[in-house]
Design a protein around this ligand. Structure first.
Ligand SMILES: Nc1nc2c(ncn2[C@@H]2O[C@H](COP(=O)(O)OP(=O)(O)O)[C@@H](O)[C@H]2O)c(=O)[nH]1
Ligand SMILES: [Mg+2]
Length: 393
């Protein structure tokens, strides 16, 4: 087994290296994408992509396995190469012992790698490889890219696939994956109470200000604001500033009882927006605390605010964490900061909530739009298309 680590700026480039070097028999052991630091403030942070891949040698000589378990071997495999040079690394010799060439062990590795790790050939048909790399380039998570292609009708997964048909089928799947509930609907005279929850720094306060400004200034809705601040510190200044500019009543509450009182004061409003704050990830409100605040406010909607910049794993983690407070929709922020809108697809697939809004920059009140399936699907599909353009140029 020839095992090497391939590194490149993007996952697509790393996978292309693998394919060029190892062909379609390549077995992918692992893929890793790490956001590298940006060198200068005006640069987009580059992704560092790493693929550990190998291909079975046809005529490996028989030798004893020297008592290595397949897990040992896989561990060794994962350890190969951590150098900073882009491109192919000192692969097969770095860390994989000679005994790894034992045929029986090789078969085991192959078996294990197929059950635990995706096999490029088995998982992504050759005919769809270009589509796979485009999805990844558009910022769709590698796993989702693979799964999406496997959801294509079987006749499009085998040669000779009609590329246009595959793209069309993919567009349909993308649309099916992106569920939206659209904007907050206001019924004049009936108060709607909406809370934004989510990890610190995702853009809750900024988004709340955008919503408040648009509803008040554009739609002449009577809007009131509440901010939860259990620390009684200056963390509320940010929202207070917006409240003053937009000229909105704002209440700061630090206990569930005060929440009830604030909501009483705001009973004449058509829309009450509740911001939930922490000064840092360390002093985020406890989920139980948050629950009791929201219960006192008798909220109609709870939007889980998550940043598209976050990894798929941390999106899922946040969704699991906040689910107990009764989240009703997903609000995605910072589209302007991701390389490709494919990140929307990853979030939509992994979080079982309809999307309410999408934010696209720091400007209050402009950088927000109500989410709709056709619009979001178009964003994702054009990111995939432009990935195609850049890969063919
Ligand atoms: N690029 C970008 N930045 C945003 C967006 N929304 C919010 N931010 C920024 O993210 C940072 C944290 O926002 P804030 O509203 O304080 O987050 P909170 O802790 O969730 O309330 C601020 O610098 C915002 O300007 C967005 O859509 N795009
Ligand atoms: Mg905030």
């Amino acid at each position: 087994m020839n095992v090497r680590t391939y590194r490149a700026a993007t996952m697509r480039e790393a996978l292309e290296l693998v394919r060029r070097e190892l062909g379609s028999d390549a077995i992918i052991f692992s893929t890793r994408q790490t956001p590298a630091r940006r060198q200068f403030p005006w640069q987009k942070p580059r992704q560092d992509a790493e693929v550990v891949a190998g291909v079975a040698e046809q005529s490996a000589p028989l030798r004893s396995s020297a008592g290595l378990t397949p897990t040992d071997l896989l561990n060794t495999t994962y350890r190969t190469g951590r150098a900073s040079q882009p491109g192919v690394e000192s692969g097969q010799e770095a860390g994989v012992p000679a005994s790894a060439k034992d045929e029986a062990v090789e078969a085991l590795i192959r078996q294990l790698s197929q059950s635990r790790r995706p096999n490029l050939r088995r998982d992504v048909p050759d005919e769809l490889f270009h589509l796979y790399t485009r999805l990844i380039d558009a910022d769709v998570h590698e796993q989702d890219a693979r799964n999406l292609l496997l959801e294509l009708p079987p006749e499009l997964q085998t040669a000779p696939a009609d590329p246009a048909a595959a793209v069309n089928a993919l567009a349909t799947i993308v649309e099916q994956n992106i569920r939206c509930c659209g904007p907050i609907r206001i019924t004049p005279g009936v108060r709607t109470v909406v809370a934004l929850v989510g990890p610190t720094g995702v853009g809750k306060t900024t988004t709340l200000a955008k919503l408040a400004a648009n509803f008040k200034l554009r739609d002449q809705v009577k809007v009131g604001l509440v901010t939860v601040d259990t620390y009684r510190v200056a963390a509320v200044d940010q929202l207070r500033t917006y409240a003053e500019i937009i000229d909105l009543p704002m209440h700061v509450v630090s206990s569930p009882r005060e929440m009830r009182h604030a909501l009483d004061e705001l009973r004449e409003m058509d829309l009450v927006l509740i911001d939930t704050a922490g000064r840092s990830p360390r002093d985020e409100l406890k989920i139980q605390e948050l629950q009791s605040f929201l219960a006192e406010a008798d909220v109609d909607q709870v939007h889980l605010v998550l940043s598209l910049v976050a990894s798929a794993a941390s999106l899922e983690h946040a969704a699991t964490k906040f689910r107990p407070v009764g989240v009703t929709s997903l609000l995605l922020t910072k589209l302007d900061e991701v390389a490709g809108a494919g990140a929307i697809l990853t979030a939509a697939r992994r979080i079982a909530l309809p999307i309410s809004y999408l934010t696209t920059g720091q400007d209050v009140p402009d950088d927000i739009e109500a989410a709709s399936t056709p619009r979001l699907a178009r964003l994702v599909l054009s990111a995939i298309e432009s990935a195609a353009a850049s890969s063919s140029s």
